[in-house]
Design a protein around this ligand. Sequence first.
Ligand code: PLP
Length: 374
Amino acid sequence: MEKRKVPFFNYQALFAQHEQEFIGLITDVCRRGAYILQRDLQEFESSLASFIGAKHVIGVADGTNALSIGLLAMGIGAGDEVIVPSHTYIASASSIHSVGAVPVLADCGADHLIDPSSVETLITRKTKAIMPVHLNGRTCTMDPLLVLAAKYGLQIIEDAAQAVGSRYNGQYAGTFGSIGTYSFYPAKILGCFGDGGAVVTNSDVLAEKVAQLHDHGRNKDGLVVCWGTNSRLDNLQAAILSWKLKSLNQTLERRRAIARRYHDGLSVIDDLTLPPAPREPDEKDGHFDVYQNYELESGRRDSLRAYLQEQGIGTLIQWGGRAVHQFKELGFKGSHLPATERLFQRCFMLPMHNALSDADVDYVIECVQGFYKV
Ligand SMILES: *Cc1c(COP(=O)(O)O)cnc(C)c1O
């Protein structure tokens, strides 16, 4: 087997695939001097809204701002608690902290996503909302969470930073709750050339509030009607995102084909726990996963990762290897989340991006098989 390099991610290769188109887009926007709140942004917001079947999309500065502005618009603040999984990026929890509310950390289930039974045990009189996080391009199983929200009168704000295009029972991630949020961080499935994010909602009232909050509290006439901030999505980034959105379905299909290839090659290895395989094309219900990450589990994780590194293959553990409640400096001393703690001794991610060739994927598979001597 010929040795090759398969980096965990490859920004340069992804740019090179469409360099001329990108330069053309940037030149066009700059020649028009169209930088802030311009046509390309409006076009992107409305095409993303129709793609996911939502009424409103508002571009914001990044996925973290999308969450904090969403929480503010929902009226969440001091004295409130919001339940969020501990297996998430710190941004989910810090957005809650930033509006003065308290993030309460839930355990995860076998699918690595928020466990509804853990959520129910954490609900108190102060709980105002649940923040499901659709990690790894998989929409949480929303039914039990929607049942809990209705039973206890809670709102839902979805962190769909990793799940643009993912669906559950035909409905897009980000469109189940009062508010959903996306991130266009460069390594995300729909990534721009810097920071970017969006807020999604079907509510006219929330959309108007978010629009004001992200542009200095100004209304449509430019008059200041509340305190706000500057958190706008650059028009230049929106132009790039609009262009990428046109081929998003192909992007997702390629990721799903890579996941299928990994699944077929690795499911023979007993020590590995793989993410669910992509559902068959004729299946309509259930999960439509888009594989922002290929996060798997191994009982020999650390030696497997070291071996793959020697073979030229980059792997990563999410969040630097720690769930949110394990960052001791943040003061979550009491939390004991057994499923999350076990997962963080076992989980890591294989390369998953749109510059991977089938030969790259096969090389990764052969090396993992080589480690296990299959
Ligand atoms: C990337 C990410 C965010 C935040 O996105 P930024 O655009 O980097 O602010 C939030 N939550 C999750 C789960 C993410 O992966």
